[in-house]
Design a protein around this ligand. Structure first.
Ligand code: SF4
Ligand code: SF4
Length: 380
């Protein structure tokens, strides 16, 4: 298992994580088997957004004796009322549900205290200027949460969070289909039967979000990495071409700032299937060729940092230079930290001999030679 730093939290999390949602449909022994398999495979982060009491208790029982080996991403505002999940900002219910989470998980702290599911900008403002954030701050001051996070599907809200300063990490939905979509406050839009035919490539708001997160040290954990499974068949995929789980994982894990993908597991075999990513070949991870040649919504002209253009005879890490260039282009002046990163590369854009080999290999038709010239200018 490879581990990545979750931005400024400093936590080193496994790049494959456990999304707890599917555990709701399993008994205690089955939950134990999944969690034990995760631990054996080196997975050390789990998300529990669910408020359902049994699944919380089953996860808590399964973590007995191994709590310190895990980072728990637990949600604040996910409550259980009259036998149902209810997202709320009403503090009495929020407090009850959070204390219930601690009790059932058999712990006195949650590593990542997530402000649960905020998809509206107006609601983000209400939360960050009201009693809800005061409650969250109190939890942190009391050591009941170690870090403050936020979960959202809307890149506009995620950007507000990334720029706020107090939110240390974000749980965000990332996959190649959602990445084409304009921001929306309605999650069902992402699962529409058909997308606007003109869509293709990563929306600028999303590309900017990932760059801002990286720049601000706001790590991302990923949900909906498989778009609910719809990317696995050509019929269901908006691209008209199927991606594999490994390709979806690779797509999410090659976005800037992403530290871990929370994958829903039903069984130890599902854990093994996702962890196969760790030993997959470059050909197996290759989402780029599928997206570039898809019958619908093909990505083109935009660097996805896939790395297909390698090898470069000048030794340039072209994907990295492109990533740093995109970051530099977001601001009027190239920040010193970015310049330092660029200058630390063993070869950089100035070493480009314009051989053109990368452009023939890039499945997205990125004009690499002119991008290298742009990078020279940006970092001169
Ligand atoms: S230039 Fe093309 S091949 Fe290289 S990282 Fe970007 S998208 Fe991938
Ligand atoms: S054109 Fe430049 S960046 Fe591309 S492979 Fe050749 S030397 Fe490397």
């Amino acid at each position: 298992m490879r581990y990545r730093s979750l931005g400024k939290t400093g936590l080193m999390v496994s790049e494959i994580g456990l999304g707890g949602e599917w555990l709701e449909r399993h008994n205690a022994a089955e939950v134990q088997a999944v969690i034990d398999r995760c631990a054996e495979q080196g997975i050390n982060i789990l998300d529990c957004w669910m408020s359902e009491p049994n699944v919380r208790a089953n996860i808590g029982a399964a973590l007995k004796g191994q709590r310190e080996k895990w980072y728990i991403q637990g949600h604040i505002g996910s409550t259980w009322q009259n036998g149902q999940y209810v997202r709320t900002r009403a503090l009495p219910q929020v407090q009850t549900a959070f204390e219930d989470l601690l009790t059932r998980m058999r712990t006195d702290y949650i590593d990542l205290g997530m402000i649960h599911f905020v998809d509206e900008k107006a609601e983000f403002a209400r939360i960050m200027n009201g009693e809800f954030i005061d409650y969250v701050r109190g939890l942190k001051a009391a050591g009941k949460i170690r870090h403050i996070g936020l979960s959202t599907h809307n890149p506009d809200v995620a950007r507000l969070a990334a720029e706020h300063g107090e939110i240390e990490m974000i749980l965000f939905s990332i996959n190649p289909a959602f990445d084409m979509m304009p921001p929306t406050e309605h999650i069902d839009d992402y699962f529409a039967e058909t997308y606007d035919a003109s869509l293709g490539g990563i929306r600028p708001e999303r590309a900017a979000l990932y760059q801002i997160c990286e720049q601000n040290g706001v790590g991302i954990t990923v949900m909906k990495g498989y778009a609910g499974g719809r990317l696995f068949t050509a019929e269901q995929s908006p691209f008209g071409a199927a991606l594999t789980p490994v390709q979806c994982l690779h797509y999410a894990l090659t976005r800037p700032a992403v530290a871990s993908v929370m994958v829903g597991f039903d069984s130890p075999a599902h854990v093994d299937a996702a962890v196969a990513y760790e030993t997959a070949s470059e050909a197996e991870k290759d989402y780029a060729t599928v997206l570039a040649n898809a019958p619908h919504h093909a990505y083109s002209g935009q660097c996805t940092y896939c790395g297909h253009c390698a090898p470069c005879p000048a030794g340039i890490d072209i994907a990295m230079v492109n990533k740093l260039l995109d970051l530099a282009k977001m601001q009027p002046e190239t920040p010193a930290s970015l310049r330092a990163h660029y200058e630390s590369l063993s070869a950089n854009a100035a070493d480009c001999i314009a051989c053109g080999g990368c452009e023939t290999r890039c499945p997205f038709g990125v004009p690499v030679v002119s991008r290298m010239q742009e990078a020279v200018a940006a970092f001169k």
